[in-house]
Design a protein around this ligand. Structure first.
Ligand code: HBI
Ligand code: FE
Length: 277
């Protein structure tokens, strides 16, 4: 959780924590890292990512070789759904993050991982943020969800409910699956930007896969340093957006009376989904 930062932006960043991407400053090696990750991931996601994600990759022409220039990317993205990508030095405080999302600005790390870190890194880099998150922002319904999430996040902060809302972000925006007639498909960026987890999330018998339920998600803790023990699948992106219309006051009051759920446990009300739909 990035809320242990002071609210003072790092040296060189603006008060909203944004920095210039400085696209011309990337080295040939950094562009090569993007190309390597991009080629590997697009091969794996064919048949595993949901159609809006794959359409977004094409619409934003992320197939070009190298780290995208946000200025060019934003010309396409803003025309599609009014979203833009803004460069930040890394994780930003929750309030800053939500404020950007509420204004259809997606904060993306400027840095890219080192060649020896291809498979995992602690902090979101430009590949996780732009390849993982941005394609879904070309889908009008998901674009609305992300803005509604940002607005909800600002309200949640004001009511000490961040931990519940952070779980919603984790189990949808980062690790969400969606049900399709062809079976479960990926839309979460944490999966879409990871070669191993793209396979694991859809094919491993180990994790639990449950039908999305807002209160159930908010009662479910998560770990940040390993594959997920549970994935939640929404019946559609529209159902995900509709979930933000719920009365969160009532929900938070209900959650205050209920304990967190143990990771990996199955609740009587859970709708367990099978891998092959
Ligand atoms: N900052 N740059 C950046 N990217 C994130 O994904 C991010 C963040 N700050 C806070 C945050 N995510 C989490 O607290 C979300 O769950 C809200
Ligand atoms: Fe992310």
């Amino acid at each position: 959780m990035a809320d242990d930062f002071s609210l003072v932006p790092p040296h060189g960043a603006r008060t909203d924590w944004t920095i210039d991407q400085g696209w011309s400053g990337y080295t040939a090696e950094e562009h090569r890292v993007w190309v390597t990750l991009h080629e590997r991931q697009t091969a794996i996601l064919d048949g595993r990512a949901c159609d809006p994600f794959l359409r977004g990759l094409d619409a934003l022409d992320l197939h070009r070789s190298g780290i995208p220039d946000f200025a060019r990317l934003n010309a396409d993205l803003s025309r599609l759904t009014g979203w833009t990508v803004v460069a930040v030095p890394g994780l930003v405080p929750d309030a800053v993050f939500f404020e950007h999302l509420a204004n259809r600005r997606f904060p993306a790390g400027r840095f890219i991982r080192k060649p020896e870190q291809l498979d995992y890194l602690q902090e979101p880099d430009v590949f996780h943020d732009v390849f993982g998150h941005v394609p879904m922002l070309t889908d009008p319904v998901f674009a609305d969800y992300m803005q509604a999430y940002g607005e909800g996040g600002l309200r949640a902060l004001g009511r000490g409910q961040l931990h519940h809302l952070a779980r919603l972000y984790w189990y949808t925006v980062e690790f969400g699956l969606v049900e399709t007639p062809a079976g479960l498909r990926i839309y979460g960026a944490g999966i879409a930007s990871s070669a191993a987890e793209s396979r694991y999330a859809l094919e491993s018998p180990k994790p639990l896969r449950l039908r999305f339920d807002l209160a159930r998600v908010m009662r479910t803790p998560y770990r940040i340093d390993d594959f997920q023990d549970v994935y939640f699948a929404v019946p559609s992106l529209r159902a995900l957006l509709d979930a933000t219309l719920a009365d969160f006051e009532q929900l938070y009051a209900r959650l205050a009376l209920l304990p967190d759920l143990r990771l990996g446990a199955i609740e009587p009300t859970d709708r367990v989904l099978q891998i092959a739909q």
